[in-house]
Design a binder for this molecule. Structure first.
Ligand code: ASP
Ligand code: MG
Length: 399
């Protein structure tokens, strides 16, 4: 049996017209000889009757925080409604479908309500339904504990359900249907000629987290990667071939860079040892910040200076701590961290040099850099983000 998992997000199942497109995608898979397992999210977005956020808005914040188990039970209703409604649409289109909760589909989790972790996926019920030639329509986003309590897998977790089921069934592929064509070389609102990425590796998607994670949940990428099952991001409302995510990425392609993203709202902090002589707190600074829950990024430690970035929202907290322990420092606010990602940059000399040259030719000041085997990060002033990403997109011929 050739199994394929087809997951449809909230907007994909939100209207009769879109639900018809879902049927078309499933019919196409069947006509190609696949046995599909459908996974659905709750219908629509906040404000629409059965969307997860709408359901949550029925509860008071205190109750929600203190009764995660109850909130999970309520949230699970969104996907349950969606799976039964979608099964009805399949029925109208002569496809025999069986709606199932996450637990019925075999997803067993721990009892960490609101962010439960899958412990095991048992495939027996799914396999029985598939072998009768029927289509299981599984509620995304949820599982069940050993004791029978319904859990949710973290917001956006329907992708995770699809990946867990795909890996357990050793599916040929997991298709994630959404309202965009796939993962792009850059944010199309920033770069007009941004192009669709045809093939990308699991690891590159993690590196493109900002943009990649908006299109697919990182936990889903992790689960698919563990089972080595190809993930395909597709648009429910078009026939675009989408983005294939697999282990190796695009081996035919010789392009060094796959995509560029950025994270705004960063503040750079520099602390010089000569400004803080005799202050015993200087050498414990990183511990002090960690104990105050301030997470640091782009950390560079030199004999005479420490430089790192923090989220803008942490700036006041950091300044108060530094004042209390009398640390002298300088900061640059309104920075953005560019992530220039490509698995083929490993071992290729001159990539950083090319980036720095392109940015300096465009008069863009680089405040700090860091690199790993497949990513180069450059901290720049946020005002320059648009220009910088466009420049690099052209330099590396990404369109
Ligand atoms: N409906 C859930 C949420 O809004 C799960 C999902 O859409 O993936 O978080
Ligand atoms: Mg989603």
């Amino acid at each position: 049996m050739k199994i394929i998992v087809q997951k449809f997000g909230g907007t994909s199942v939100s209207t009769p017209e879109r639900r018809k497109s879902v049927v078309d995608k499933v019919k196409k898979a069947i006509s190609e000889g696949y046995s599909p397992v459908v996974v659905v999210s709750a219908m629509g977005r906040k404000g629409e009757a059965y969307a997860t956020d709408t359901l949550l808005s029925l509860l008071s914040s205190d109750f929600k925080d203190e009764n995660k188990q109850a909130a999970d039970l309520l949230m699970c209703c969104g996907e349950i409604i969606s799976s039964v409604v979608m099964s009805n649409v399949f029925y109208e289109n002569n496809i025999a479908a069986v709606p199932l909760t996450g637990g019925q589909a075999g997803i067993l989790t721990d009892d960490n309500f609101s962010d439960a972790k899958s412990l095991n996926v048992s495939t027996k019920i799914l396999m029985d339904i598939l072998s009768q030639g029927k289509v299981p329509v599984v509620t995304g986003f949820q599982g069940v504990t050993q004791d029978g309590f319904l859990t949710t897998l973290g917001r956006g977790g329907s992708d995770t359900s699809a990946a867990l089921i795909g890996a357990a069934l050793k599916a040929e592929a997991i298709e994630i249907y959404t309202d965009v064509d796939g993962i792009m070389t850059a944010d199309p609102r920033i770069v007009e000629e941004a192009a669709l990425i045809d093939i990308i590796s699991y690891n590159e998607v993690f590196q493109l987290a900002e943009q990649g994670a908006k299109v697919i949940h990182p936990k889903a990428v992790e689960a698919a990667m563990r089972g080595n099952i190809p993930l395909i991001i597709k648009n429910t409302m078009s026939d675009c071939k989408g983005t294939l995510i697999n282990n190796v990425g695009d081996i035919q392609n010789t392009r060094i860079i796959t995509g560029i993203t950025h994270l705004s709202g960063r503040t750079q902090v520099s602390i010089k040892s000569e400004d803080n002589q005799g202050n015993n707190h200087y050498k414990e600074l990183l511990d002090i910040l960690a104990n105050n829950n301030i997470s640091l990024d782009l950390i560079n430690i030199f004999p005479k200076e420490k430089i790192f970035t923090i989220d803008d929202s942490m700036k006041n907290r950091l300044e108060k701590i530094f004042k209390d322990i009398n640390i002298k420092y300088t900061i640059i606010e309104n920075c953005s961290n560019l992530a220039i990602v490509g698995s083929r940059m490993t071992g290729i000399p001159g990539v950083m040099a090319k980036i720095i040259k392109a940015l300096s030719d465009s008069n863009i000041e680089v405040l700090q850099t860091a690199d790993s085997h497949m990513t180069i990060w450059c901290l720049i002033h946020t005002d320059n983000v648009q220009k910088a990403i466009n420049t690099l997109h052209r330099t590396f011929e990404l369109s």
